[in-house]
Design a protein around this ligand. Sequence first.
Ligand code: FAD
Ligand code: MLT
Ligand code: ZN
Length: 472
Amino acid sequence: PSQITDNVQRGNYATLTDKDVAFFEHLLGKNFALTEDLEGYNICFLKRIRGNSKLVLKPGTTAEVSAILKYCNERKLAVVPQGGNTGLVGGSVPICDEIVLSLARLNKVLSVDEVTGIAVVEAGCILENFDQKARDVGLTVPLDLGAKASCHIGGNVSTNAGGVRVVRYGNLHGSVLGVEAVLANGQVLDLMSNFKKDNTGYHMKHLFIGSEGTLGVVTKLSMLCPHSSKAVNVAFIGLNSFDDVLKTFVSAKRNLGEILSSCELIDERALNTALEQFKFLNSPISGYPFYMLIETSGSNGDHDEDKINQFIGSGMERGEIQDGTVTGDPGKVQEIWKIREMVPLGLIEKSFCFKYDISLPLRDFYNIVDVMRERCGPHATVVCGYGHLGDSNLHLNVSCNEFNDEIYKRVEPFVYEYTSKLKGSISAEHGIGFLKKDYLHYSKDPVAIGWMRDMKKLLDPNGILNPYKVLN
Ligand code: FAD
Ligand code: MLT
Ligand code: ZN
C-alpha cells in the first residue's frame, strides 16, 4: 500500500464501540460479525489501498442489510459495501475505519427461466457460479471478465462492469432488468422487474448500475440472459501495425457482424509479460507487435467456421493479417481465452503497475501507449496496451519495479489530460472508486458533478455509504 491514503481527512463519523459490535453480533450472530483476521477485507486487489476496518458484517438477508444500514445511519457509522473485492480502483475497501459490509452470503441464484431468459439472483453470487446455473438451462450471463471466479454479480452491477462481450450484448444498463437496493437509511427500494419493457416513470434502477456503492447496497437483481450459442469459434491473429488492427476490426464487423461476440487487442509487451510470468500459457503464434482475439458465437458451426476462415484468409491476402489460428474446439477456445485473461495478472504479479482504463476514439486508440513509453523512458519496465478494442476501451499499463514517484508524476495527470483532450473517458469500465476521484472532472462537466453531489446528498444525507469514493 502506498502513501496515497495518508492525506485523507477522516469524515465526521462516529467511532465503533463495543455496544455497536454487540448490536451487530446480536443481529447476525458472532460468526457473521467479524472482528478478527480482517486483512483480506481491508486491502484492495492491487495491494495499493489498505484500510483499517475493525468490523466486517456478513448479512444473509435483505432484511439484515436493511437493519445494518438503518443502525449505521442513525449512529453515523460509515460503511463500505464489498463484493468479491476484485475492483481495480480502490472502491471496495475502507480508506479509514469504515465497517465492511460483505455481500458474500447473499449468494443464491433464485430463478432462471429458460423461456424468457430472465434470471433472478442475489448480489453476492459469484459471476462464474451464476453463469453455470444459467448454462444448466441453456442460457448464458451476458457478461464475462477475467475476475469471474471471484467477482460478485452485485459488484459487477455496482461498477457497471464491461468485460469481453460488450461488443455483442451491450453493457449492464441494457441487460439488468431490475434491482433491489437498500438505501442508506435502511429503506428497501424494490425496483425489480421481469420485463424488458417497463416505462413506468423514472428509470431509477440505473442509479445503482455503476454508482459503486455510494447510493445504496444492491441486494438482488434480475438479468436478461441470452441463449448460449451452439457454435463458438476463436481466432488468435498476429498483425504488424495498429493500422492493420483497425482494418481488421472493420473487416470483422463487415464480414462477421451478426456472429461477432468479442474483439480484443493485446500488444506484444502485454502478451510477453503474461507468457514470461505464467509458463503454463501457450501462445499459438509469436513475433508480432499486435495480436487480436476475435470470437464468434452463432448457431451453425460449419457456417461460422467457413466465415471466420474466409475472414482470416482474405485479411492475409490483403497483408493486414500476418498469421493466425482458428479453433472451435472448446478446450482450445478456453486455452486461447486464458492467454487474454492472464494479461492483467501477469502485469500485476510481475511488479508494481499503474493501470489506466480509458475510452478513446478508435483512430487515436493506441498512440497514447507510444507517447507514454517515450515519456517514461527507462524509469518504466513495461509500458503496454491491451483491451476491448471492439468497445474503444484501452487498458494502458505502466509497470515499474516498485511504486516510483518519478513515474507517477510523468503519468498522472498527463494520461487524464490526454484523454480529456480527445473527449474520451478516464474510466471506461473500472469506475472511479478512490484512485480516480480527483480526476472525475476530466470526463464530467461541473454541472453534472454538481447534480451527482445533490443526488448523493438526497439518497445518503449523512454520507455513510462508501465515503471518500467517486466524489471528493
Ligand atoms: P468489489 O471489488 O468488491 O467492489 C467494487 C465496487 O462496487 C466498490 O465500490 C464496492 O463498494 C461496490 N459494491 C460491490 N458490491 C456491491 C453491492 N452489492 N452493492 C453496492 N455496491 C457494491 N472490470 C471490468 O469492467 N471489465 C473487465 O474486463 C475486468 N476484468 C478484470 C480482470 C481481473 C483479473 C481483475 C482482478 C479485475 C477485473 N475487472 C474488470 C475489475 C473488477 O473485477 C470489476 O470491477 C468487478 O465488477 C468488481 O466486482 P466485485 O464483486 O469484485 O466488486
Ligand atoms: C481486463 O480487461 O483485462 C480488465 O479490465 C483488467 C485490466 O484492465 O487489467
Ligand atoms: Zn477490461
